[in-house]
Design a protein around this ligand. Structure first.
Ligand code: NAD
Length: 290
């Protein structure tokens, strides 16, 4: 029988750790604060920001929103971003993506203090993931996938893992996190030849492609673990993942639903990272100079 992995249970577990860290910070007179930085009004960014705000407020974490008009000049935005980045009262920054085309995302990310980078997008933090250094803030969706697997005590050493999707925010860093656990990883993209063959051999399949019904029964071997990161909306406007959940469920040993799976963890991981960031800022040398 399959185990349905419950994102809400994982988030609740993480929230306990956040509450403990929050109490510890308060004892030292520190009130951790996150800054949400958004340029323009893209609906995806707004809904992600709203979900994150809700989570932080529920955890009684201080938030500050910085919204800039779509037509703000690159120079003006960089000046404002520097100010937020250097503000000692801000412990973590969530930079909503994408930025308008005239603002160079790479330049902004390179400016960000890696110790405030709660969504693990700076070259420093991605480098720490690559080399498997201990002090780091990981991109929160891949980190959420690992939290889910850890919560269910899934040992990854020596496992064949197929990650479907190779973006810089999900698929690639996730593949590295699996490699850091001594898994054997196959990373697929839109041009991968014979996806069925790449998946049907896997002990663990993670789909982060954004393609409805991509992973079906023929992709899944008996007893495999299937994690669905994808978010899509079907003809009835219902949120679904990349996996044909009903079609594959009975073949799996563990599976995540959509909604209620990885998506239910991501914003809690952000809050957890804020606590880590606050901690690193107490002793920056430990984080940056190893
Ligand atoms: P992206 O569009 O940047 O990248 C998608 C990747 O999947 C690319 O590497 C592409 O080559 C690959 N891909 C697309 N179609 C494919 C196919 N048919 N076969 C094989 N590979 C294919 O997207 P992203 O930002 O990495 O997000 C991926 C999905 O995860 C989206 O549905 C997104 O909404 C979702 N997402 C969910 C969360 C969450 O918290 N659950 C967070 C971030 C992203």
């Amino acid at each position: 029988m399959t185990t349905i992995m419950d994102g809400k249970a994982v988030a609740a577990h993480l929230s306990e750790g956040i509450q403990d860290a929050l109490e510890e910070s308060h004892k030292h007179g520190i009130q951790p604060k996150v800054a949400f930085v958004r340029v323009g009004d893209l609906s995806d960014s707004i809904s992600y920001e709203r979900a994150a705000m809700k989570r932080f407020e529920k955890l009684s974490i201080e938030t500050e929103q910085y919204h800039f008009p779509e037509d703000i000049s690159a120079r003006a935005f960089l000046t404002k971003f520097r100010e937020i980045n250097e503000d000692y009262s801000v412990n973590g920054i969530l930079l909503l993506q994408p930025l308008p085309e005239h603002i160079d995302m790479k330049r902004v990310v390179e400016l960000m203090n890696p110790m405030k980078d709660i969504d693990g997008m700076t070259p420093f933090n991605l480098g720490q993931v690559l080399t498997n250094e201990k002090n780091r803030l990981e991109p929160c969706t891949p980190a959420g996938v690992m939290e889910m697997l850890d919560f269910y005590d899934i040992d990854l050493k020596g496992k064949n893992v197929t990650v479907v999707g190779a973006s810089a925010v999900v698929g690639k860093p996730l593949s590295l996190l699996f490699m850091n656990r001594d898994a054997t990883v196959t990373t697929c993209n839109l041009y991968t030849d014979d996806l069925t063959a790449k998946c049907s051999n896997a002990d663990v399949i993670v789909s982060a492609a954004g393609a409805m019904n991509l992973i079906r029964a023929e992709h899944v071997k008996e007893g495999a673990i299937v994690v669905d990161v994808g978010i899509n909306f079907n003809d009835e406007g219902k949120m679904v993942g990349d996996v044909d959940y009903e079609g594959v469920k009975d073949k799996t040993s563990y599976i995540t639903p959509v909604p209620g799976g990885v998506g239910a963890i991501t914003t809690t991981v952000l809050a957890y990272h804020l606590m880590m960031a606050t901690d690193y800022q107490k002793e920056p040398v430990l984080f940056l100079e190893r």
